[in-house]
Design a protein around this ligand. Structure first.
Ligand code: FAD
Length: 384
């Protein structure tokens, strides 16, 4: 996208966040739902199509541009971003990166317009970090597969128009090699949704189990048309998704810092603004420094991803650092707010709960550490 158009887009997202989303934060928290009119405005703004190529109706942002827009969306309750998150990220990118032309033409325009929301179904009750051990099966029967198994914690499942489903299509295989990625329309018979999960934070974001009970999908629903490549597709999708999450973490850190500075100016103790105390200043400085470091990492890794460099390790470093730093920044924000920071009426109390999951999904912090250290040790000749 040319610079001027991009600046206009980012500016309108910033205004949308400040003028339309921030005023509705309390409502989303109280109702545990993102209002329909806001979802409709997201469609009009083109937010569902941020990362879908222009020839399929999206805006075709590269990763650096996507990170900028996601930073803006991170500056408000994370439930808002969650509405578009899986369609922009993990739910659609498998088709964008590895899909056949027919699959792209069939699905991407509907996803870009927000007519259909995409969900990504990898995790299972017994397979989380060890994603290659999934046991959902896809059994070939003539010109179709039958899917059986349970997927857990699937974001946007209750809103989804389609699922990208990872299932074991190669009989008697273990590990990554036998997994295929399927495109499954949400209205396919044999899909049952669990009750929406009750969560620690991000009220308004919807997550549930998705149960496949003899769900019949055409054989050509495998992304890319070739069985056994689904795990590779999932990992490619997660590389980009982790940069997205890191940018989101920076946006929320920025908001938490803004709330902290404001409170440090307004709140008076011992006859002066608490911001005049050096111990408060120290916390602000630590948060600002960590935010700057995280933003710099996001900018660098996004630029290199866009150049086509292999950056899985750097992506892991960025996701690990930015989401852990956000945890510390949220914790300091609560501390700066004192007792008020523990009260539900305060924004930082909610954001503190909202951000916890960023260290867990799209690969926990421990999984990022493993990716980083494995890379280092392998280069040094250790077979880990
Ligand atoms: C709100 C929310 C939304 C989600 N949305 C989706 C979604 O849309 N689609 C989807 O597919 N999944 C989704 N997930 C699932 C998420 O990706 C998993 O929860 C995550 O990958 C961790 O898996 P797990 O919960 O099974 O934890 P486990 O893998 O059981 O991990 C438990 C602990 O053990 C640690 N651990 C595991 N293996 C190792 C190891 N080898 N070395 C050291 N430590 C290790 C972990 O880091 C963690 O601390 C979502 C989860 C949440 C909470």
């Amino acid at each position: 996208m040319d610079t001027e158009t991009y600046q206009l887009l980012r500016g309108s997202v910033r205004r949308f966040v400040e003028e339309r989303l921030m005023p509705r934060e309390d409502q989303v928290e109280a109702d545990d739902a993102v209002p329909d009119d806001i979802v409709a405005e997201m469609r009009e703004l083109g937010l569902f199509g941020l990362t879908i190529p222009e020839q399929y109706g999206g805006l075709g942002l590269n990763v650096k541009e996507e990170a900028g827009v996601v930073f803006e969306l991170g500056r408000t309750s994370l439930a808002f971003r969650s509405v578009i998150g899986t369609t922009v990220g993990i739910g659609s990118q498998g088709i964008v990166i590895d899909g056949t032309e027919k699959q792209k033409r069939e699905w991407l325009p509907r996803l870009a317009s927000g007519e259909a929301i995409a969900s990504f179904a990898l995790t299972e009750p017994d397979a989380g970090s060890d994603a290659a051990s999934i046991s959902t099966t896809a059994t070939l029967a003539g010109d179709h597969y039958r899917l059986n198994g349970t997927k857990r914690y699937i974001t946007n499942a209750p809103r989804a128009g389609m699922f990208t489903v990872m299932a074991r299509s190669e009989v008697n295989t273990r590990g990554a090699a036998g997994i295929s990625a399927f495109i499954v329309a949400a209205d396919t018979p044999g899909i049952v949704l669990g009750k929406p999960d009750k969560k620690m934070g991000q009220r308004g974001a919807v997550i549930s189990d998705v149960i496949f009970d003899d769900c019949r999908v055409p054989a050509d629903a495998i992304i890319g048309g070739v069985p056994g490549r689904g795990f590779k597709t999932a990992m490619k999708v997660l590389d980009r998704g982790r940069i997205h999450i890191s940018a989101l973490a920076c946006g929320m850190a920025d908001r938490l810092l803004e709330e902290s500075v404001q409170y440090a100016i307004e709140r008076r103790q011992f006859g002066r603004a608490i911001g005049e105390f050096q111990l408060i200043q120290g916390m602000l400085a630590d948060s600002r420094t960590e935010l700057y470091a995280a933003q710099t990492m996001v900018a660098d890794v996004a630029r290199r991803y866009d150049l086509g460099e292999k950056v899985s390790e750097e992506v892991a470093c960025t996701k690990y650092f930015s989401t852990e730093a956000l945890g510390r920044i949220a914790d300091r924000a609560v501390q700066i707010h004192g007792g008020a920071g523990y009260m539900n009426a305060t924004k930082v109390e909610r954001f503190y709960r909202d951000v916890r999951v960023l260290r867990i999904y799209e690969g926990t912090s421990q999984i990022q550490q493993i990716i980083i250290s494995r890379g280092l040790l392998r280069k040094a000749g250790l077979g880990v």
